[in-house]
Design a protein around this ligand. Structure first.
Ligand code: ATP
Ligand code: MG
Length: 430
């Protein structure tokens, strides 16, 4: 079969054979969010472009070249969300949640869109799950958000193959002083800066530290480090976060070069990586972004959060379980309804509906198409059905069904339609 249409580049489908892994990870996410008292929030896939330009920062990879932006029919510029933090803050302010003194623990999941070069672990539509806390300053909440990611890795079963890096970006004042230092440093070696970095030098020199250009690594390595120039207060704040992590047995390596994408970050930033996925090694990142809330209309409300890449987690689970997870077949029907009636009179679909209503916990599937009894039974076996419901002329005439268990040694038996649900539940268990 040749496909007439193909999915857009970098936006693959998730087919039924793969969805089981997603469900397992999503269930771990839900249970973890529940344990920590986080509530789900859903925002639109589209926002006004200015929201992301402002919320992510103009001198960032995302805003400079990764956004899917377009004009709608009235000429307004909209963008498919490349991440969800800015949307959550917008929704929190607009929805009146972020009142001074109130605390909100929020989580989300869903597709994000970035116009990147598709490759293993990097897509144009991908999925993120994230958590955000509004209304709490201080190191304890930063530790909570990191500890919950560690707990999530435990529940997903990947904690042995991930590692954590942390850094502090201090306060706005710390960064302003450091910024000047950094500009002086890079200006002295301006000839070694690539085009992106030259542009960023005036706008946001911290972003230069994030460069992946191998030719600039030595220059960046020798640059002054913000962590060596933090105010005492910021240094204490960061030391406290590290103590809380250690107290809860979470190892964190300080990486002075970790600056992360958002312009708004302050104090603690962090990133989880793995060495099992090749070059797309980042699975989760986050930090404190109080200044974004101030800019979006919630002056007195601090914010901290993280986001993780679901595709990379799915891939990681598949790698470390060496295919076991991928090989787990979907569960077959509990009851497979087979009809040998000459004309489809509506009897089979009515019985199937009756059974579903009587046993909502069971998977009840009606065979489609016509075949003789033995071929239909073979089909039931292939699907892994636990029992077959046989409907023929006799059953129709007496308004009854024949239940044939397909596992164990139980013989087929016939019961009136009114008792079929109960009979099915009692042999299959509810
Ligand atoms: P990277 O350095 O890999 O580009 P990032 O810093 O752009 O990551 P974030 O904006 O921090 O990523 O997003 C959080 C997580 O979302 C990442 O750690 C990663 O797991 C995932 N992610 C980001 N971009 C993509 C993508 N294009 N395809 C798949 N997953 C992605
Ligand atoms: Mg990126």
């Amino acid at each position: 079969m040749k496909a007439v249409y193909k999915h857009p580049r970098g936006m693959p489908d998730i087919l039924p054979g793969d969805i089981g892994q997603w469900h397992a990870i999503e269930a771990a996410v839900r249970s973890t969010m529940h344990s920590y008292g986080y509530e789900e929030m859903r925002t639109p896939l589209l926002e006004k472009t200015a929201l992301f330009e402002r919320g992510i920062g103009e001198a960032t990879d995302i805003v400079e070249r990764e956004m899917y932006s377009f004009l709608d029919r009235k000429g307004e510029s909209l963008t498919l969300r490349p991440e969800n933090t800015a949307s959550c803050v917008r929704a929190g302010v607009e929805g009146g949640l972020l009142q001074p003194g109130s605390v909100h623990r929020i989580w989300y999941q869903g597709p994000m869109f970035r116009y990147e070069r598709p490759q293993l672990g990097r897509q144009r539509q991908f999925h993120q799950t994230g958590a955000e806390v509004y209304g709490v300053s201080g190191p304890v909440i930063e530790a909570e958000l990191i500890l919950m990611t560690a707990e999530l890795w435990r529940r997903i079963g990947v904690c042995g193959v991930v590692s954590l890096e942390v850094n502090s970006l201090g306060t706005g004042a710390d960064r302003a002083a450091y910024r000047e230092m950094l500009i002086d440093y890079f200006q002295a070696s301006a000839d070694q800066l690539d085009e992106d970095s030259q542009r960023r030098l005036g706008k946001n020199p911290l972003r230069i530290l994030d460069t992946k250009n191998p030719d600039m690594q030595e220059l960046v390595e020798n640059a002054p480090k913000l962590i060596d120039h933090l105010s005492n207060e910021s240094a204490e704040h960061f030391a406290h976060v590290q103590e809380l992590l250690a107290l809860n047995d979470v190892q964190a390596r300080v990486n002075p070069r970790l600056v992360r994408g958002l312009d708004y970050y302050s104090h603690t930033v962090f990133e989880w990586t793995t060495d099992r996925l090749g070059s797309q090694s980042a699975i989760c990142g986050g930090g404190r972004y109080d200044a974004m809330l101030a800019d979006f209309g919630a002056k007195a409300t601090p914010g901290v959060g993280w986001a993780m890449g679901m595709e990379r987690i799915v891939a990681l689970v598949a790698v470390i379980s060496e295919g076991d997870v991928a090989a787990t077949p979907a569960r077959g029907p509990d009851a497979f309804v087979i009809s040998t009636l000459k004309d489809d009179t509506g009897f089979p679909i009515r019985i199937t509906e009756t059974l579903r209503r009587a046993c909502p916990q069971l998977k009840v599937v009606q065979n489609t198409g016509t075949a003789n009894l033995s071929n239909q039974l073979k089909r039931a076996g292939k699907l892994g059905a636990r029992c077959a419901i046989l409907l023929g002329e006799a059953e129709k005439a007496s308004q009854s069904v024949t239940i044939k268990p397909l596992t164990g040694k139980n013989d087929p038996f016939t019961v009136p339609v009114a008792q079929a649900g109960q009979a099915l539940s009692s042999i299959l268990g509810s």
